[in-house]
Design a protein around this ligand. Sequence first.
Ligand code: HEM
Length: 442
Amino acid sequence: MRSAELINLKKLLPFIPKLWNDPLNGINSMIKKYGNVLRFKVAGYDEILLVNDPVVIKYILKDSKDNYIRGKAIGALRGLLGDGILIANEDNWKFQHDLLKASFNEKAVLDYSLTVSESKHELVSQYSKFAELEKSFDLGFHSKIFFLDMMIKMMFHSKASFDYKYIIEALENLTDEASIKNQIINFPIIKFRRLFNKNYQLWSKSGEDIKRLRAMAIELIQLAENDPQNTKLFLKNLLDAKYDSIVKEEFIVDQIMNLFFAGFDTVASAFTWTLALLSKEKEWKNKLLHKMENSSAADLNEFVTAIVDESMRLYPPVWSFTRVAKEDDQYEDIKINKKSYLIFPQYTIHRNEDFWNEPEEFNPDRFMQKEFDKQNPVYLPFGYGKQMCIGNRSAYMQLQLLIPEVINNFEIELLNYNLPKIKPGIIINPKEPILVKISSRK
Ligand code: HEM
């Protein structure tokens, strides 16, 4: 019979230093000691359940799915994301999902792949310059800029251009504020201040960034209206819905902001960690080079996908996702009270010895086995259930096109002796920059 161990202060205390310094491995140690479903209850707060068990996840997100919603965005993110798909409430979410899905289906992704094929040359040219100058660079940061530029040109408008460095820094500040660590520090302060001022916002300093980012979305809409020929499918579909009076401009701004938040950093993270892992795991890099020369396009795609999947197992770009229970629920001995906040931490599930052989080893072979079942929520980089990532097809397409291109053209040398530890914001970022030096292979 499955149950959820209650973690009281006495049980929690010994883990606090570890949770503070290395939160994800701290959570892993707690799971090892107390089991795969943990319950946290602090007087006056709603209950938190940390769910690491695929059987329980399947029950919650498939069998009992209508009882769980994603929950509101936290702090400043609420201002940024507006009422977009990532935080829309139930009926509104369904409406948005139905409207947006045509911008993410196979045909749409084929359309986006044309831009990726063009951007591929730009990436090779940028890397060639680094190689010529024998210059080291921060692979993670470079990838973010590249994928942001590509997403904007692929989904919104091919002539658009912004201050990408600013966008990335502003988004990082906003997500840092919303990180669990910051919430733990700030939550009691907010609760206390709101006793005296119902509208108290700790995050007001982010207001300027939110205004500036949302103004960029308006700029994109104006660009599209003035130059429809170079407008890309995602924005074109939204503008059509506006012309048909189905949605208002504010709605389009919200959706653009939701993609600024979810649509490039995630792919850039998967790309960065995959390249970093391949430059450490030379055997797999050589196998990939061999595949490129000797296999069909379909075989190569399958192989690259397995490598990407293994990289996202070890470094899932989004380390956890969440739901809130609408009503009381129960699975075996696990009681889930109304308003409980459920956290599904992919990072720890992907490294759990109960579900994976030698979980710390990089071994893409596990994803090439016929018996591997991607429907089993033991592997869930894109979340699970009805609200799982709508952009996963596009993400795979980008990675399948770009990773072989880089490996085929360049030798990447990691300057960090070991891969850096991770900093779990909402995206998994390296704690220190992943510094690399590259040379041309040809
Ligand atoms: C490797 C890349 C990516 C990863 C790991 C990733 C991961 C995730 C995760 C974990 C969720 C939450 C799922 C849930 O709550 O069950 C999500 C949702 C979402 N993602 Fe992604 N994502 C990636 C790429 C993308 C891309 C390329 C786009 C769009 C351009 C995108 C757009 C979205 C949207 C709009 C949602 C909300 C979906 C909904 O509520 O229906 N993602 N993603």
